[in-house]
Write a protein that binds this ligand. Structure first.
Ligand code: UT7
Length: 324
């Protein structure tokens, strides 16, 4: 009888830029206030990077490899989740592959590619890694989620500039005889893809392209879709909300997530958040939450973790994970 293959996370790492941009800093640039931002979003500060995605992504991946006690040559694949790639091509993942093997006499040429699914990208990358591992074709994947949203943020638009920050996170996902990842639920409504967008060749803003968002509509969609995907995945995997030990949700707006907790009847103490410190970092948001929850002792062996995300597309997704 063939043994069932599963996947699990055996290491993680993050890159957190040093430079802090506070609400008060922003209030000096646009007509806003610390009070408005905190009350309407829950964000107090965010990070601004002076590095590009390949550099900060490679730092996060090196830390994740170290925490898994592995070397770059142990990776069979690198998947990079990003929305802010500096070039249309080559893939950020290819540059990360080269950076983590700089100086190696015999570098390994594992597959390396990018995916782009807005703020849902990190969870989608985990799902792809899980599918490859389960199929039996490979054993170990480095998932990197990296974004530098401040580089495409319009700092004269108060409705978006208060929201975003820069960050990278990485996970090492490997084959396991028990889950690990139990289930995924993914979805997209392309009819409303215009709600969050960034044109590449736009000359609207003096040749620079900025992120644009219909905040109110995204707000409503975010609650609706994250609630639906959370219910779907539990039904699919035959669990109930009372089984969940840790709830992770995309960090975009604390009011969205508080609304979700109420609708799903999940107690506040099962929810981990770092939105206050980092703002919305897009693809790394979920991975950074998981990493910090573990570091802070809020994720234990045997815990069942429900994660939900939403992003441009409009895309959404959920995962159910058993911590081993
Ligand atoms: O990562 C992808 C997912 N993204 C999200 O989930 C973001 C979802 N959207 C949101 O988080 C919220 O819609 C925002 C934070 C973007 C906006 O909050 P809101 O409570 O929906 O505000 P609003 O757009 O309804 O605007 C209310 C008022 C407006 O003024 P008037 O028209 O009532 O005079 C805005 O001009 O607040 C004003 N406003 C601000 N005031 C001070 C908007 N941004 C600001 C600001 N400071 N930064």
């Amino acid at each position: 009888m063939t043994k069932e293959r599963y996947s699990r996370i055996i290491g993680s790492g993050v890159y957190i830029p040093d430079r802090i941009l506070t609400n008060r800093d922003l209030a000096m640039r646009v007509d806003t206030s610390d009070e408005w931002i905190v009350t309407r979003t829950g964000i107090r500060e965010r990070r601004v990077s002076d590095k590009d995605n390949p550099t900060q992504g490679a730092i996060a991946l090196e830390k994740a490899l170290k925490s898994a006690h592995l070397k770059p040559s142990n990776l069979d694949m690198i998947i990079c989740a990003t929305n802010t790639q500096e070039q249309l091509f080559p893939a950020v993942a290819a540059k990360i592959q080269a950076k983590i093997q700089e100086g190696e006499e015999e570098p390994q040429y594992m597959a390396a590619f990018d995916i782009q699914v807005g703020c849902s990208s990190g969870l989608y990358a985990e799902c792809i890694a899980n599918a490859y591992i389960k199929s039996g074709s490979i054993n170990t994947v480095g998932v990197v989620a990296t974004d530098t949203l401040t580089k495409i943020t319009n700092y004269s638009d108060r409705s978006t500039c208060v929201l975003f920050g820069d960050m990278s996170a990485a996970e090492i996902i490997t084959v396991s005889s028990s889950p690990g990842f139990i289930a995924f639920d993914l979805g997209t409504d392309g009819r409303i893809s215009h709600l969050i967008s960034c044109h590449i060749y736009s000359d609207k803003f003096h040749g620079k392209s900025y992120l644009q968002m219909d905040g109110k509509k995204v707000f409503n969609q975010a609650i609706r879709r994250m609630e639906e995907t959370a219910r779907n995945i539990l039904k699919k995997a035959n669990y109930s909300f009372s089984d969940i030990n840790l709830f992770l949700a995309h960090q975009a707006n604390q009011r969205i997530n508080e609304n979700l907790l109420e609708r799903l009847d999940i107690p506040r103490d099962k929810y981990f958040s770092n939105l206050e410190k980092y703002g919305n970092t897009s693809s790394p948001s979920l991975l950074v939450c998981r990493h910090e929850a573990k570091q802070e002792g809020k994720l234990h062996s045997g815990d069942l973790v429900l994660s939900v995300v939403v992003g441009s597309g409009l895309s959404w997704g959920a995962s159910l994970y058993k911590e081993i």
